[in-house]
Design a protein around this ligand. Structure first.
Ligand code: SF4
Length: 223
């Protein structure tokens, strides 16, 4: 069994992880990551991270350049990660309030976090073809987390990725706080992305994120 900081990974998740890390499907993103990657960094697509028994999936759009891609762990080492993991800690879903590097001791409890597009795209904008190419990894990871009860989509593009993954057509519009039961049996919950662009301008605040995570806990049957 492989391990991921939180203990052994079940075989299905370990298989998904290997497929993601070895993926070269998107020529533009493979070139971009090879050109821009820190030679001492991760240099590969970034799989999800968290508790294999997760009930709540935090889904972002794309791996951040200069964040998770440097270390190979989702939502690590940048300001979005700091904002999100501090909120996860307040919500009782993480053992600590910081996410700085792979050996920082972060353990998620009943939570999993990943991006829908696992390689950092130029300008943080993956093309439709790249989003489509990476959808299979999200489907496989989702399927390997059989306990999932709630998917928190961080932003409209993550919302769309989750809906496509669940086979919902046409796509209902994203809204912060919107809840949508999915055919998979999970509930999709919308939340503005905790990017500096949003947190610096008050589009999303710590208390707004706390309220979403509290609702996610309730939907997951944790209170
Ligand atoms: S974005 Fe996804 S599908 Fe494209 S190369 Fe990276 S891991 Fe593969």
């Amino acid at each position: 069994m492989e391990t991921l900081g939180t203990g052994p990974l079940p075989d299905a998740l370990a298989r998904v992880r290997r497929e993601i890390v070895g993926c070269h499907r998107c020529p533009r993103l493979v070139s971009w990551r090879e050109e821009t990657a820190d030679p001492d960094g991760w240099g590969a697509p970034v799989p999800g991270f968290g508790d294999p028994a997760a009930w709540i999936f935090l889904l972002g759009l794309a791996t951040a350049a200069g964040g998770g891609d440097r270390v190979g762990r989702a939502f690590t080492g940048n300001r979005s990660a700091s904002f999100l993991v501090a909120a996860l800690h307040r919500a009782g879903l993480a053992n600590q309030a910081t996410s700085e590097h792979v050996d920082d001791g972060l353990v998620l409890q009943r939570a999993w976090m990943a991006s829908a597009v696992r390689c950092p795209p130029p300008g943080n904008r993956p093309t439709a073809a790249e989003r489509s190419a990476c959808a299979g990894h999200l489907e496989a990871e989702w399927a390997a987390l059989p306990g999932l009860r709630v998917v928190v989509a961080l932003g409209g593009l993550a919302w769309g990725a989750a809906l496509r993954c669940a086979g919902v057509r046409p796509l209902p519009a994203f809204a912060h706080g919107r809840e949508l039961p999915l055919p998979t049996g999970t509930v999709l919950l919308g939340c503005y992305h905790p990017s500096p662009q949003n947190t610096n301008t008050g589009v999303v605040t710590g208390s707004m994120l706390d309220a979403v995570l509290l609702r996610a806990r309730t939907l997951a049957g944790m209170e």
